[in-house]
Design a protein around this ligand. Structure first.
Ligand code: SAH
Ligand code: SF4
Length: 384
């Protein structure tokens, strides 16, 4: 079996090239061809020595994911469903905005955490994605969009690990993938523009801070342990006090000086004024946890899916909740729902996990991958 070069960060590729008796700078050239130019055939890589290209042909490959479908929302959001084999499929979503282009990337086929309000959680868990499968989502989306929009410069300026799966339960594949995203010879994204979102895997938050600090979002969803135990089962293992301690430790390494807390607004469950007041105490460090955490709070209107039995908080309730937080001096935003007409909004990514029948149905239905021109004005990738 040949090595899939999408699995390697630059260090890994250098080691692979050394194994072939090649110098390190060859790895850099190869890496740039793959990630910056989107090349997948060694013969395209014209400045690589012919002898190296021949060696690569027998030892390596650049293998992306097979696309099952591409759907485009009326707001310009694009969702891809990728086949990852054995009846599993995962999704990635491109969200264009005026000043940025964000790709939401999956880390697992399914998720083992099983949050009540999450469609991925309801699907169960099949397997971890490899580094190459995580990177392939970005590799494909970036080069597809460039070709499509006839642009040479970067289109995707931000990556959020907010697709299917719990990234910190797939740590060993996640970190090399993040390094490819950050590498100047790869996608050159700034650490502040790559966000890992976690339901709170405390030991791995510490490791991420050491190994590869990027922006961190923590899915809080409840201001006390009793409620959070119920909504995010991982809380029983890592309760709020430990989670907030881990956030504080992470901030010592983080590229941003705040943690983003995500809070999904569920009607009558976690959206009452009392919950907002508890949340203020929690992040300010009064209630059960001492110290406080420098944070922003992102309220996400719940995106319903059939089996959840939950409903979205009314807009008025969200506004009232946000007001209590901002009156207490906490920066609070309400996430704009994007792509909900194609089930691409937060928590709606279900892909297909160990469910061959549905994949087959979809393949049949959507055999023609939509390759018509993408009707949005492409965002300009800006660093901040
Ligand atoms: N497993 C990670 C990342 C993927 S989920 C995590 O939980 O953080 C990305 C975000 O979408 C999380 O904040 C998650 O709580 C939120 N989410 C999940 N289901 C949702 C739904 N139905 N509506 C709105 N947001 C949801
Ligand atoms: Fe997994 Fe995140 Fe969904 Fe919870 S919200 S089930 S951790 S993907």
């Amino acid at each position: 079996m040949t090595a899939n070069l999408l699995d390697f960060d630059l260090e890994g590729l250098a080691a692979f090239c050394e194994g072939l008796g090649e110098k390190r700078f060859r790895a850099t050239q190869l890496f740039r061809w793959i990630h910056q130019r989107g090349a997948h055939q060694f013969d395209e890589m014209s400045d690589l020595a012919k002898s190296l290209r021949e060696k690569l042909k027998t030892t390596a490959r650049v293998e992306g994911l097979t696309i099952i479908s591409q759907q485009e929302s009326k707001d310009g959001t694009i969702k891809w469903l990728f086949d990852v084999g054995n009846g599993d499929a995962v999704e990635a979503v491109f969200i264009p905005e005026d000043d940025r282009g964000t790709l939401c990337v999956s880390s697992q086929a399914g998720c083992a955490v099983g949050c009540r309000f999450c469609s991925t959680g309801h699907q169960g868990f099949s397997r971890n994605l490899t580094s190459g499968e995580i990177v392939a989502q970005l590799w494909f989306a970036e080069h597809f969009l460039r070709k499509h929009l006839k642009r040479d410069e970067r289109i995707i300026s931000n990556v959020v690990m907010m697709g299917m799966g719990e990234p910190l339960q797939n740590y060993s594949a996640l970190v090399p993938a993040l390094r490819v995203m950050l590498d100047d010879h790869g996608y050159g994204l700034s650490r502040r523009r790559v966000t890992v979102s976690t339901s709170g895997v405390v030991p791995m938050m510490d490791r991420l801070g050491q190994d590869c600090p990027v922006a961190l979002a923590v899915s809080l969803h409840a201001p006390n342990d009793e409620l959070r135990d119920n909504l995010v089962p991982l809380n029983r293992k890592y309760p709020l006090a430990e989670l907030l301690d881990a956030c504080r430790r992470y901030l010592e390494h983080a590229p941003r000086d705040f943690i983003t807390f995500e809070y999904c607004m569920l009607d009558g469950v976690n959206d009452q004024p009392e919950h907002a007041r508890q949340l203020v105490d929690l992040v300010r460090g009064h209630g059960q946890v001492n110290g406080g955490v420098s944070c922003k709070i992102n309220l996400i209107p719940f995106n319903p899916f059939p089996q959840s039995g939950l409903t979205r908080s009314p807009h008025k309730q969200v506004v009232a909740f946000a007001k209590i937080l901002s009156d207490a001096g906490i920066v609070t935003t309400v996430r704009k729902t994007r792509g909900d007409d194609i089930d691409a909004a937060c928590g709606q990514l279900a892909g297909d996990v160990k469910d061959r029948t549905r994949v087959d149905e979809r393949i049949a239905r959507q055999r023609t991958v939509m390759l018509k021109s993408v009707p949005f004005s492409a965002p300009v990738a800006k660093e901040n």
